[in-house]
Write a protein that binds this ligand. Structure first.
Ligand SMILES: [Zn+2]
Ligand SMILES: [Zn+2]
Length: 234
């Protein structure tokens, strides 16, 4: 036990047991066995690949979620969202997400086929939310995962519409709520032209946020776009 552990003892974020940010018992409840959805219709889809019948000109190619959303993970993500500088906890979460993604066959396939063209783009927060919080958790996630995959992160999207919380809204309302929420500054065009993009967000709900952001990027000249998130919220 280091001196810092003595001064700032660690408690499990889930069950409050002393010792670690995630105790071994709670850790064992986390799972990579995610049920992936089509980003367009939000229904289950094999490997998260957009259903052929749902594909439109600007739709995402698919979604990747790293971990199964359960009460334990919910608490860990909440901590990451609101205290991302708890670096031990952040490290555990990023390691888990990385481990899950590299074990995902479809993700592996995309990594191999798009290798030289891949970049990470985080979903931005509205400036007023950013000012209040001081950081964007999706940007932290993108940069940390980017280091592991050796993929660069470009912060090129802006949130221009203050959206009410998506919680409790049905799918159609979410799409409406998020419409025209993002803007792309054309000065960044060269960074995304014909690139393959992993759009990074902390949690996926119906996929409407990442779909809307993907549409903006594709209209601006991006190649293929996938959503990559920690988990899919139920
Ligand atoms: Zn625990
Ligand atoms: Zn679909």
């Amino acid at each position: 036990m280091g001196i810092l552990d003595f001064i700032f003892p660690k408690y499990c974020v889930n069950c409050k047991k002393l010792g670690d940010y995630i105790c071994s018992n709670c850790f064992s409840r986390l799972s990579f066995d995610t049920e992936d959805i089509c980003p367009e219709c939000s229904k289950p889809a094999i490997s998260g690949i957009t259903h052929p019948k749902c594909r439109k000109k600007y739709s995402l190619e698919g979604t990747f979620t790293a971990l199964v959303f359960n009460p334990t993970l919910k608490k860990i993500i909440y901590q990451f969202k609101y205290s991302p500088h708890l670096s031990d906890l952040r490290g555990v979460l990023i390691d888990l997400a990385y481990e899950s993604l590299i074990q995902n066959q479809e993700f592996q396939r995309v990594l191999r086929s798009e290798m030289k063209k891949l970049i990470f783009i985080p979903i931005p927060l509205h400036p007023s939310k950013f000012r209040k919080r001081g950081y964007n958790q999706s940007e932290i996630l993108a940069k940390e995962l980017g280091k592991k995959f050796d993929i660069r992160t470009f912060n090129v999207l802006k949130r221009i519409k203050y959206t009410k919380s998506q919680v409790g809204l049905i799918k159609e309302k979410r799409r409406e709520n998020i419409r025209n929420a993002f803007a792309f500054d054309n000065k960044f065009k060269k960074h995304i032209a014909r690139k393959s993009i992993f759009l990074i967000d902390d949690v996926l709900t119906t996929g409407s946020t990442t779909s809307e952001a993907g549409k903006v990027l594709k209209k601006a000249g991006a190649g293929k776009v996938w959503a990559v998130t920690l988990a899919k919220e139920k």
